[in-house]
Design a protein around this ligand. Structure first.
Ligand code: AMP
Length: 417
């Protein structure tokens, strides 16, 4: 026998019935997002490598260590997208969306690829449901985007999704803060771990993300952004908070939240979920006022979020999960040697009428065992006598009652009992 092949490390096969839950979550996202005026965008999975280097930033883990990058047959460097914001922005520029009166509201659902160490909740191919709002400086659009995110999670049955919120200020505020942080940390360089020593030189703000207890202690005395925040940044953040409060959206300020990608300005946020273990971030996002310009478009202040769909499914409330169960089929069964073609025709006519129907086979015993496995309530027994009279027998497998009906009345009988 040939050896069986295995899937690539860090990827997953998703099978029924779990895929039905994934589809239902995605349908709900489409329904909620369209109420807020969002339309779906589908961008290529393969992009020029430079797109991510220029947007996410060379110094980030994603670009530095995690991208699936390779040369195509003509030697051009291409990358499997590690996230979707950069692609959405590229498409919005290339297709001429930005520059037209906005805002442009786009959502996406699809796979992303990062070469990370696989563990629970962390995969090399994972899936995101995300939204981007291009062409509005906020802060009211920040409020609206978060309201939409929370509405979606509530509709999935999460009772009190809580937004962890921070501001990184505008670019000058952020630059001044980043410099001050580096100045503060440099004397402690020897006490920092290898990652943080590296970040100290290229991206000091990322050190705030650290999980190492002794580094966190050191950071307690570090300068905070508050000292460097411009008036405009302060106003933006205050407006956002006032909006969230008015709409009753729960949030907590998290001064150390900086997020892993370079392009954020002003608002950054995350939603964490219990039950996910170490990889507890369910969703992340923020404002990226300069990204469209950095990628060659006109000034277009924008923001967005991405929900990790794999993790979302891991903690999906049971109430939503159980609402997804599909109706068991009606089993069409022969008796006494009914020709298969007759059975096939009856199954197909039931399906054409919109019923879930399955061919149960030509003997009653095997068919009833199958009906049990599938959880069927009804079997349609089609013996030669019945068929000769233009009839079938509908058997309720739970109450064991049965009655003969005309074939023409079969659908109505199944629907009305
Ligand atoms: P990011 O694009 O890094 O802001 O991530 C947004 C969300 O995507 C995170 O909050 C996670 O839920 C999810 N995510 C990111 N990386 C992975 C991964 N390797 N495996 C599974 N989910 C991920």
């Amino acid at each position: 026998m040939a050896t069986a092949l295995q899937r690539v490390k860090g990827t997953r096969d998703l099978l029924p019935p779990e895929t039905a839950v994934w589809s239902a979550v995605e349908s709900r996202a489409r329904a909620v997002f369209s109420r807020y005026g969002y339309g779906e965008i589908r961008t290529p999975i393969l992009e020029p490598t430079e797109l991510f280097v220029r947007s996410i930033g060379e110094a980030t883990d994603v670009v530095g260590k995690e991208m699936y990058t390779f040369a195509d047959r003509k030697g051009r460097s291409v990358t499997l997208r590690p996230e979707n914001t950069a692609s959405v922005v590229r498409a919005a520029i290339e297709e001429g969306l930005v520059g037209q009166p906005g805002p442009h509201k786009l959502f996406y659902i699809g796979p992303q690829f990062r070469y990370e160490r696989p563990q629970k909740g962390r995969y090399r191919q994972f899936h995101q449901i995300g939204a981007e709002l291009l062409g509005d400086p906020g802060p009211w659009t920040d409020v609206e985007l978060l309201a939409m995110l929370v509405a979606f999670l509530r509709e999935l049955g999460f009772t009190s999704p809580k937004v962890l919120l921070n501001t990184l200020g505008d670019a000058p505020s952020r630059l001044a803060w980043s410099g001050a942080l580096a100045d503060y940390l440099r004397p402690f360089r020897d006490q920092l771990g290898e990652d943080s020593r590296h970040r100290l030189e290229i991206n000091p703000l990322r050190i705030l993300d650290t999980k190492l207890p002794h580094e966190r202690l050191l950071l307690d005395g570090a300068p905070t952004l508050d000292d460097f925040l411009s008036d405009a940044s302060r106003e933006h953040f205050a407006g956002l908070r006032a909006g969230l409060e008015r709409l009753g959206i729960e949030y907590a300020i998290e001064p150390r939240l900086v997020r892993g990608l370079d392009y954020y300005t002003h608002t950054v946020f995350e939603i964490v979920a219990t039950g996910l273990g170490a990889q507890n971030a369910l969703c992340g996002g923020g404002r990226y006022d300069r990204l469209v310009e950095d990628l060659g478009g006109p000034p277009t202040p924008s923001l967005g979020f991405a929900i990790g769909e794999d993790r979302l499914l891991d903690v999906l409330p049971e109430s939503f999960r159980s609402s997804v169960a599909t109706a068991p089929p009606v089993l069409v069964v022969g008796a006494g040697g009914t020709p298969t073609l007759d059975l096939l025709e009856i199954v197909e006519s039931l399906r054409a009428a919109g019923e879930f129907a399955e061919l149960g086979g030509r003997t009653l015993k095997a068919a009833f065992a199958r009906a049990d496995r599938l959880g069927c309530q009804y079997a349609v027994v089609c013996g030669p006598d019945e068929l000769a009279a233009g009839e079938v027998t509908v058997r309720d497998l739970r109450s064991r009652e049965q009655r003969r009906v005309l074939r023409d009345e079969l659908v109505a009988t199944l629907r009305n009992g």
